[in-house]
Ligand binder design. Structure first.
Ligand code: SF4
Length: 73
């Protein structure tokens, strides 16, 4: 079982849910940019440089529950 303090290693987006409002990019501007239509583009390399707390916060506030966290225990 993975612990809550595990290190985030990636984010996935459920495109059937994402509404492209860009809140995730506002919270993680160094790791997530928006494409021409306002949908998020994740830079996985830069994502690993973000604090785990900030990444988890972005997941928790996604209004569409479209962001999923990948972690390694
Ligand atoms: S916060 Fe959630 S719904 Fe909004 S752009 Fe990011 S992934 Fe999509």
């Amino acid at each position: 079982m993975r612990s809550p303090s595990s290190t985030p290693t990636g984010l996935t987006i459920d495109w059937s849910r994402c509404d492209g409002h860009g809140l995730c990019a506002a919270l993680l501007p160094d790791a997530i940019s928006l494409d021409d239509w306002g949908y998020p583009v994740i830079d996985e390399r830069r994502l690993t440089e973000q604090s785990g707390g900030d990444v988890r916060r972005a997941v928790s506030v996604c209004p569409a529950l479209a962001l999923r966290l990948s972690v390694e225990g």
